[in-house]
Design a protein around this ligand. Structure first.
Ligand code: KE4
Length: 448
């Protein structure tokens, strides 16, 4: 497929933007391609600068629950912007979005808006440290909580994809306060609390990790984390930047029936504009400036245009009582079709799905933690990703990411995606994949 304009735009960008992109995961380096520059989106479709169209399962890394350019969201943004873009003062729109979130996520008694998921998580951790007077935090290998120093240790998402899960520039002083444990391993958590008695301020976890591909907690695991944090006086932080209003109206905490002390949100609550938030127990949130001593601030926090996009998005979510059932049904239909297609062509796969998000691990084993995710066949993934791009389907460009459905995806498009997979895998087998398939059939996995 011809991508001259994208290639030219990437060369242009590299002259002025570090790496040519404003976020590493957009560079498509992990799948051996030059980034594709998009021109527009509508519903479930993306359109690039070379005139190609794609069925989109990236959905701006999960932010677009309603799809691209949803009329209610676009109208709200235009109306808000026509009254001014920012005032540096409180506006009623902030309370309106806060009330919508609190009404659907009851663990959040008070909230604070920020402009990115990274701001939300680093603020939540500072608040937990200020509230408890303790220093250490627990995170899980492969979970990604944004690029705050405390989290860039065994981090997922782009850090994992790029092979820098422990980023240079993070000092030993910071790293020694972060305890990294394997996800889904309760004994490791019990031992960490026993070894660090009285010094763990918070445990931060993606309840459904989506940054090493989608991984699901073993039954009862999240409830056990809740009980251990209560027992040891640590703040339980659910990082629901990706899962909030994605896997259910009330997020993963609603599906699991577990009440965290703090929750971080992002992506969906901004409808594609820069909105994120952290919130939870009023007693903890009361420690935040200006009421309390823990400082946190942001020039564009609660920006009225971004608030309008979030209000429009969650307004649709609140009114559409079958939205999440439809999204889950579509995701199950798609993942069942993909798994069948991989098996039909002799490639093992392990597929995880929750609400409107899913991921495909090209491995024959069950995947329940980072080690399992890293066994996926990255070389085959890269070839599959490229072959699907040629067939007009845009998946998340890394096996260590999740894919997302939106309200605009249809059953016909799901079936088209499965048919495209049949065609892509057949084409791979007809080229140089034969040895690889033999390897797969024998149970080995190729190196990237
Ligand atoms: P941002 O700072 O990128 O808005 O949010 C950080 C973040 C925090 N917590 C979770 C669970 C997240 O998934 C994220 C961001 N997700 C990645 C995609 N895996 C954002 C994409 C990117 O880095 O460009």
């Amino acid at each position: 497929m011809k991508l001259e304009r994208s290639i030219a735009e990437f060369a242009r960008a590299r002259n002025v933007i570090a790496g040519g992109v404003n976020s590493p995961v957009r560079a498509l380096g992990s799948v051996g391609l030059s980034p594709i520059f998009m021109k527009s989106g509508a519903g479930a479709m993306l359109y690039d600068v070379d005139g190609h169209e794609y069925l989109d399962y990236l959905m701006s890394w999960g932010a677009l629950l309603l799809g691209h350019a949803h009329p209610a969201v676009t109208r709200a943004i235009v109306n808000a912007a026509s009254r001014g873009t920012s005032f540096g003062t409180p506006t009623e729109s902030e309370s309106q979005l806060a009330e919508l979130i609190v009404s659907m996520m009851p663990s959040i008694e008070r909230i604070r808006f920020v402009s990115s998921g990274t701001e939300a998580t680093l603020s939540a951790v500072r608040l937990a440290r200020g509230y408890t007077g303790r220093s250490k935090i627990v995170k899980f290998a492969g979970c990604y909580h944004g690029h705050g120093d405390s989290f860039l240790i065994a981090a997922g998402s782009g850090a994992l994809t790029a092979g820098v899960p422990d980023s240079p520039g993070v000092t030993e002083g910071v790293a020694e306060d972060t305890i990294v444990l394997p996800f889904n391993d309760l004994v490791a958590v019990e031992e960490a609390f026993a070894t660090n008695a009285g010094s763990i301020a918070a445990l931060i976890v993606e309840p459904y990790p989506g940054n090493m591909g989608l991984i699901l907690p073993r039954p009862g695991y999240l409830l056990e984390l809740r009980e251990l944090c209560t027992q040891h006086g640590a703040v339980l932080i659910f990082d629901e930047v990706m899962t909030g209003f994605r896997v259910a109206r009330g997020g993963a905490q609603a599906r699991e029936g577990v009440r965290p002390d703090l929750t971080t949100l992002g992506k969906v609550i901004g409808g594609g504009l820069p909105v994120a938030a952290f919130g939870g127990r009023a007693e903890i949130m009361a420690q935040l400036a200006p009421d309390g001593p823990v400082y946190q601030a942001g020039t564009l926090s609660g920006n009225p245009v971004a608030m309008a996009a979030g209000i429009a998005t969650l307004g649709v979510v609140a009114a559409d009582h079958t939205l999440y059932e439809r999204l889950e049904a579509l995701a199950l239909r798609l993942t069942a079709g993909l798994k069948t297609s991989f098996e039909r062509h002799g490639f093992p796969s392990f597929v995880n799905c929750a609400g409107g998000m899913f991921s495909i691990f090209l491995t024959r084993d069950e995947v329940g933690d980072l080690r399992g995710a890293q066994a996926t066949d990255r070389s085959l993934f890269a070839k599959y990703f490229g072959a699907m791009l040629e067939r007009g389907v845009y998946f998340a460009p890394s096996p260590f990411e999740s894919n997302f459905l939106c309200a605009a995806h249809t059953p016909a498009e799901i079936d088209r995606t499965v048919a495209a997979t049949d065609s892509a895998l057949a084409a791979l087998l007809a080229t140089d994949e034969r040895p690889l398939r033999a390897m797969h059939l024998s149970g080995g996995a190729s190196e990237p």
